[in-house]
Design a binder for this molecule. Structure first.
Ligand code: GAP
Length: 511
């Protein structure tokens, strides 16, 4: 995988109506994107897959939709005003700004890559005789790289834990990390930068109030914790889920929809008895990985990664990382947030946030396990796994999106082989009947081969072709996107066929 692949996916997303850079005609603000017809449909399907799996498939999880603008004290209590910062560094020659921690992480990834390259070279050289474990533990070059990587990693971790900005800078200089644009090591100091967008409520300067666009959806859940618990008569353990926009003034915002300034989160806070948080943390790690794997994106594309530095609210935290075109990166976070948020809201608001546990006959502030995934990042993960340029046996090429049929924006297309002799009328009739069940397209323009290519590029899993045989025996050809195999089925079975192969509900419940 490579940056080149990311460029291809970005171009494909624009050409076929998945994702456009926002306000493009004015060279709009960077790192903000609009979703086109195909993208909007795919995004809705991913959102539904998450919502049905998290809310509808759990009796003890309910959903809410809270406001983006919240009282500003929320963000004082949550710690975001004081601690939601990125350490930034500028290169004086290129005038480019970077996150200091990201520069070091990329450097560590490069050291790791060098090690893997040495191993691969040796594997080729020794062939079937190759003993990888022995090579890794004895080869001088590997041992040197390994010990350098470990030393950098140790210093990096310590600097992050102590929030030591000077140590971060020293490490960048020591490791001779250069600016990717100017290639120089002419760095400024490292400074903290708060990521929240501020705005004013009220028109008069003396009665106006500074509000923040929420940087995470989680706080809307915490402040409503008792409203939801009481109105839904929930008993701990229970969860509250929400999908919604979040905003972060990301300074280093690159890599398409991976890091955006306006994005959507799908978050669930699970409230548990204090003392049981470790077992629930493990439970949700397992369940969330299952959710990803059920989509069959690829066996080696996900991994867990424990956080180097815990967020200000967390007791334990890990990421589910995905192999994006630019390497393994965070896709979802699972955090053991203790009672940090509820306790602070109780303190700052003066309102009780405790829960009365009827089974224990006592009140306490529950502990929280959070699962938090970016909808846009999940979209990019689906696209990354789906996008393929394939050489076909006849020497031609096709670009195809192997999107899971349950997530595909268009589930089927109905194509008359030629738009005449009654094939078009019959194909239209079949299409009008099928579209009541699932989103589809009718297409009669160009050769059948070109029409298949168009549907491949959208990720349409099935095409139903109406030909002269259909007029005689009522069967249509089903053309499968992934294998390109064709089979005939009676036209009246197409509804059942789609239900069997594209149902989101079946995917959600196929545990
Ligand atoms: N409530 C916890 C929280 O917000 P986070 O790790 O900062 O935790 C959770 O964010 C998820 O939101 C990330 O795993 C990622 O998928 C997504 N996310 C965070 N920042 C993002 C950005 N700038 N653009 C797109 N997605 C982002």
């Amino acid at each position: 995988m490579s940056e080149d692949l990311l460029k291809k996916i970005t171009a494909h997303c624009k050409e076929y109506g998945f994702v456009f850079p926002t306000t493009e005609i004015y060279d709009g603000p960077g790192a903000v994107y609009d979703y086109g017809p195909m993208g909007c449909a795919l995004k809705n399907n991913i959102r539904r897959y998450w919502w049905e799996s998290m809310v509808e498939a759990h009796e003890n999880i309910v959903g809410i939709d809270s406001a983006i603008l919240m009282h500003p004290t929320t963000w004082k209590a949550s710690g975001h005003v004081d601690a939601f910062n990125d350490p930034l560094i500028d290169n004086k020659d290129s005038k480019k700004r970077y996150r200091a921690d990201t520069l070091i992480e990329d450097h560590l990834a490069r050291l790791e890559e060098k090690i893997e390259k040495e191993v691969e070279k040796a594997r080729k050289r020794f062939g079937s005789q190759f003993d990888e474990a022995l090579f890794r533990s004895t080869n001088a070059r590997i041992l040197e790289l390994q010990s350098r990587r470990e030393a950098v990693h140790k210093k990096f971790k310590e600097a992050l834990e102590k929030n030591d900005l000077e140590a971060l800078r020293a490490l960048i200089l020591e490791e001779e990390i250069t600016c990717p644009v100017s290639g120089t090591r002419n760095w400024t100091e490292v400074r903290q930068f708060n990521l929240m967008f501020a705005t004013q409520l009220g028109s008069l300067s003396d009665d106006s109030l500074t509000l923040y666009l929420r940087p995470e959806t989680a706080q809307g859940i915490f402040v409503n914790f008792l409203n939801v618990q009481k109105s839904s008569r929930l008993k701990v353990p229970f969860g509250i889920a929400q999908v919604g926009k979040a905003f972060r003034n990301e300074i280093v915002a690159r890599q398409f929809i991976f890091r955006m300034r306006e994005f959507e989160q799908m978050e669930m806070q699970f409230f548990v008895r204090p003392g049981t948080e470790e077992e629930w943390y493990d439970y949700w790690k397992t369940r969330r990985m299952e959710w990803h794997r059920r989509l069959g994106l690829g066996t080696d594309l996900h991994r867990f990664h424990d956080h180097e530095k815990l967020a200000h609210y967390a007791k334990a935290a890990c990421d589910i990382e995905f192999r994006f075109p630019m390497g393994f990166k965070e896709l979802e976070g699972i955090h053991s947030r203790t009672d940090f948020d509820l306790k602070n809201h109780q303190e700052y608001s003066g309102k009780k946030m405790s829960y009365f546990d009827p089974d224990l006959n006592e009140s306490y502030i529950p502990y929280v396990i959070e699962t938090s995934i970016g909808l846009d990042r999940m979209f990019l993960a689906v696209m990354t796994a789906a996008f393929h340029e394939e050489k076909l046996p006849d020497g031609t090429e096709r670009t195809v999106l192997h999107i899971h049929p349950a997530l595909a924006p268009v589930k089927f297309a109905v194509l008359p082989l030629v738009p005449k002799d009654g094939m078009d009328t019959l194909a239209r009739r079949i299409f009008d009947d099928l579209r009541r069940q699932a989103p589809g397209q009718y297409d009669e323009k160009d050769s059948i081969g070109r029409r298949y290519r168009r549907q491949d590029a959208l990720g349409t899993p099935f095409c139903f072709t109406v030909d002269s045989q259909t007029l005689q025996d009522g069967t249509v050809t089903v053309r499968h996107r992934d294998s390109m195999a064709q089979e005939r089925i009676p036209a009246e079975q197409t509804k059942a066929f789609l239900e069997e192969h594209t149902s989101l509900r079946s995917l959600v419940w196929s545990r």
